[in-house]
Design a protein around this ligand. Structure first.
Ligand code: PPE
Length: 305
């Protein structure tokens, strides 16, 4: 998806021109994949742009770094303020935001302990991640030949740049085979997540989503969806799922910051009713919540000014 430039990027404490936000080719993280990042969205609300669950995203960035033994030079509060500044400066009513922390230029070799940590935050306009009609028509999934990385090879709770080698291999494989997304199974053969989204499956009237233990990222949208689902009177829980559960799902959807709520219409060519009634109800409520239109979720919406 092409990037539309905005005016400024925040880099190590300063706002600089978009075109000046450059790094050296010997930047440590470019070579070894030891960076941590977030994907965040700002939406237009009645009081101007607001960032959805920004503090939680920055807390997760800190936890990602903690897992890598990476010392972030900015607190959660400082990163929250810097992000609001970037969004305000962009003048955009809504946008996608990409904070990233990485080991910079100056050291080479696998020992990260002497490396300095650089941090940048950029934003730009970004449309529907899985297509404009991903909620109404749904997306086609294919089970990946790539296994989701295991807890003792790559830590799935850390949104580490290098973890996404696994996601990209699976995504491209699925696209080349004519599907929209990859369903990823873990080493035990249980459902984990998709390449950039958490999964929800409805079975026997319950909405089930694989936990961190299954190799899934602890999604902020996943947690928002679970709250919304309970408030709508649905039963929802984190649970292990097999490939069979998915094939005979009553309904199924994916969720993430970029993908929002996207329905699934089939997995490995087995059709799934789409969009299901729970999916539609949750997506409707989610779209109101992110725009600050629901009082009970107003703490999720962090205004930029
Ligand atoms: N799993 C993975 C692997 C993942 O990357 C994401 C977000 C999620 C689940 C959902 O998490 P959350 O956004 O907190 O609900 N993926 C981000 C990156 C996508 C990209 O292409 O880059 C995102 O949605 O911003």
């Amino acid at each position: 998806m092409p990037i539309t430039p905005t005016e400024k990027i925040w880099m190590n404490g300063e706002l600089i021109a978009w075109d000046d936000a450059k790094i050296h080719v010997l930047t440590h993280s470019l070579h070894y994949g030891m960076g941590v990042f977030e994907g965040v969205r700002a939406y237009e609300t009645a009081q101007g742009p607001a960032i959805f669950r920004l503090t939680e995203h920055m807390e997760r960035l800190h936890n990602s770094a903690r897992i890598l033994l990476m010392d972030l030079p900015y607190t959660v509060e400082e990163l929250v303020e810097a992000t609001k500044l970037v969004v305000r400066e962009s003048g955009l009513p809504s946008c996608y935001i990409r904070p990233i922390a990485y080991y910079g230029y100056g050291e080479m070799g696998l020992n990260t302990l002497p490396c300095s940590v650089d941090v940048a935050i950029a934003c730009w306009p970004w449309g529907a991640y899985l297509g404009e009609d991903s909620l109404t028509k749904g997306v086609r999934l294919k089970t990946s030949s790539w296994t989701r990385h295991d807890h003792n090879t790559m830590p799935p709770a850390s949104k580490t740049t290098g973890n996404y080698v696994n996601s990209s291999l699976a995504k491209v494989e699925a696209l080349k085979a004519g599907y929209d997304e990859a369903l990823m199974l873990n080493r035990n053969g249980l459902v984990s997540e998709c390449t950039g989204e958490n999964i929800f499956v409805a079975r026997h009237g319950k909405l089930l989503s694989p936990p961190l233990a299954a190799g899934a990222l602890e999604g902020i949208t996943q947690s928002s969806v679970m709250t919304i689902a309970r408030d709508l009177g649905f039963v929802t829980e984190l649970a292990d799922l097999t490939r069979s559960d998915v094939y005979i799902a009553d309904e199924m959807f994916l969720c993430g910051t970029a993908a929002e709520v996207s329905a699934v219409n089939s997995v490995d060519d087995r059709p799934i009713p789409c969009p299901g009634p729970m999916t539609t109800a949750i997506a409707t409520e989610y779209h109101k919540a992110i725009r600050g239109q629901t009082d009970r979720y107003k703490d999720w919406v962090e205004h930029v000014s």
